[in-house]
Design a protein around this ligand. Structure first.
Ligand SMILES: Cc1cc2nc3c(=O)[nH]c(=O)nc-3n(C[C@H](O)[C@H](O)[C@H](O)COP(=O)(O)OP(=O)(O)OC[C@H]3O[C@@H](n4cnc5c(N)ncnc54)[C@H](O)[C@@H]3O)c2cc1C
Length: 488
């Protein structure tokens, strides 16, 4: 039965869902408030420099392949994928860097140099992580979070202990060197929670990191968004931008459409890929499933202070992805999760896509993206942004042994207030609701409304969680639930 389906937002999850729904022959229209598609994964172009505004790490290439193969396509039909070597490097002090290369053997050699005996332990740790990856990413995350029994399988029962231990504990059992410990704890930060709150089972992120590697789509992550736009339009999806959804209408207990520009757009099914909390505010209070107190008690993934900088020089001693872990890891993590405040000594991440992609910057210049993770909901002022830019630039210059600030042609910033303004993000979170034990699968906000028939949700605040690959999967899961409802 062909249904009229309206989708709120055009992030990865909405685009993915629209593709499956159009393929199932529904009449699908996307309404996006911003003037370009992609949500958190939009692009900034300025004075010949190109920046990904949000995601920069392309991990889990198999998930992208699986998505495109559902439409008889391959990523290479749309974009060129470059495996990065080194994958990234990590600064722990002045000219004190650990480089993570592109194969496990090379990474083992780097570990062995730091801590004799650690390479064998790393091989065992990654073998277990691969096992978890095969269970989680190839199977469990493709279950829609309807019931706890989805997670109970003969293989997960064998791994039960890993749901009650944490990544932090498991890493510390095997490794003593604090630098290796922070490198092994880093990947789970993508899940949005602190490593001491993340189940050990989530070591599949370490396999994604060391086992599968880090990739860069030529022209940036935005080229994946552009590919998906091309794909969904070829399937018949209509995309409208600059269209803010003001309300979701309900008649009886059924979603009947949306209001855009004060005009009613009728629909059989409403699917929202906008932030879950915001979507519920588009409903009359009696149709909302989760209270303000519920949202306030959740663990959100961090917000961020980002800078997009055009440099009038090529920078030395940095790789495409460079992490600055020269200050205590735990103290910054506490400033995000335990006692939310601006960090006294921020860890930060920098990305220089023009190291790989000459088109990302004019000749002889460098494109730099800097990110400081922050607690959501913090005060955000121009003075704070500028103060933190100086803090990280001073450290950057000392650690990488070069002048950088005097080469800044321009810098644009993006922080808590922009996340709220641009995406209607709850407390300005950057990447959704964290994946902790109590916020996993069936314990996350549901893909299907319990109160309103024909109303569905997708994206990083729902199932399975934050990140680009999970957002693609979220779109597939919700379209499956919609298909089930429309054919029953
Ligand atoms: C700074 C940053 C760095 C990141 N780094 C990585 C990374 O390296 N690798 C990785 O895998 N992931 C990363 N992520 C996470 C990843 O980008 C997200 O998980 C993913 O893009 C979320 O997609 P989504 O579909 O859930 O939502 P979104 O991208 O947020 O899309 C929601 C859309 O809904 C629209 N919208 C909101 N309200 C309305 C309304 N009322 N009417 C119409 N439209 C509306 C918004 O404008 C937006 O376009 C990062 C995120 C950020 C912010």
């Amino acid at each position: 039965m062909k249904k009229k389906i309206v989708i709120i937002g055009s992030g990865f999850s909405s685009l993915a869902a629209s593709a499956y729904l159009a393929k199932a022959d529904h009449d699908v229209t996307i309404y996006e408030k911003n003037n370009t598609v992609g949500g958190r994964a939009r692009q900034l172009k300025k004075e010949g420099f190109t920046f990904d505004i949000g995601p920069t790490w392309y991990w889990m290439p198999d998930v992208f392949e699986r998505f495109f193969s559902d439409f008889d396509k391959k990523p290479s039909d749309y974009y060129e994928l470059i495996k990065l070597n080194p994958a990234y490097s990590v600064y722990f002090g002045k000219q004190d860097v650990i480089t993570i290369e592109d194969t496990l053997d090379k990474i083992c050699a780097a570990f062995e140099k730091e801590e004799p005996g650690s390479s064998q332990k790393l091989k065992r740790f990654i073998a277990e992580a691969k096992d978890n990856y095969d269970i989680a990413i190839k199977d469990l995350v493709y279950r829609p979070g309807l019931s706890p029994f989805e997670l109970v399988t003969p293989v997960t029962l064998k791994k039960l202990g890993q749901f009650f231990s944490t990544i932090s504990k498991e890493v510390r059992k095997e490794f003593n060197n604090p630098r290796l410990i922070s490198i092994l704890e880093f990947p789970v930060l993508f899940l949005g929670a602190k490593p001491s709150d993340t189940p050990a089972f989530y070591s599949f992120m370490n396999y994604a990191d060391f086992g599968l590697g880090t990739f860069h789509p030529k022209n940036g992550m935005y080229s994946v968004i552009q590919s998906m736009k091309t794909l969904v339009e070829s399937l018949g999806v209509t995309i409208t931008v600059g269209q803010t959804v003001e309300k979701i209408t309900v008649e009886g207990n059924r979603a009947s459409g949306i209001i855009v520009d004060s005009k009613k757009i009728p629909a059989d099914i409403v699917l929202s890929g906008a932030d879950y909390h915001h979507t519920e505010t588009l409903l009359e209070p009696e149709f909302r499933q989760y209270s303000e107190a519920y949202w306030d008690k959740r663990t959100f993934a961090p917000s961020s202070l980002l800078f997009y900088v055009g440099f009038d020089t090529k920078l030395k001693n940095v790789d495409h992805h460079t992490l600055f872990f020269d200050v205590p890891f735990e103290a910054h993590v506490q400033d995000i999760y335990d006692t939310p405040k601006w960090p006294s000594e921020p860890l930060f991440y920098a990305s220089f896509p023009s190291k790989t992609d000459p088109d990302a910057a004019p000749e002889g210049k460098e494109t730099g993206i800097f990110l400081i993770p922050l607690a959501p909901g913090l005060e955000d002022t121009p003075e704070l942004r500028s103060q933190y830019f100086d803090i990280i630039m001073n450290r950057f210059e000392k650690l990488t042994h070069q002048q950088a600030k005097k080469y800044v042609i321009f810098k644009e910033s993006f922080c808590v207030n922009d996340f709220i303004e641009a995406y209607n993000s709850y407390k300005g979170n950057a990447y959704g609701l964290a994946n902790t034990l109590l916020q996993t699968a069936f314990l996350r906000p549901k893909l299907k409304s319990k109160k309103v028939k024909g109303l569905f949700f997708t994206g990083q605040l729902s199932v399975p969680g934050p990140g680009v690959p999970p957002s693609l999967i979220s779109g597939k899961l919700v379209s499956g639930l919609i298909q089930k409802e429309t054919t029953s």
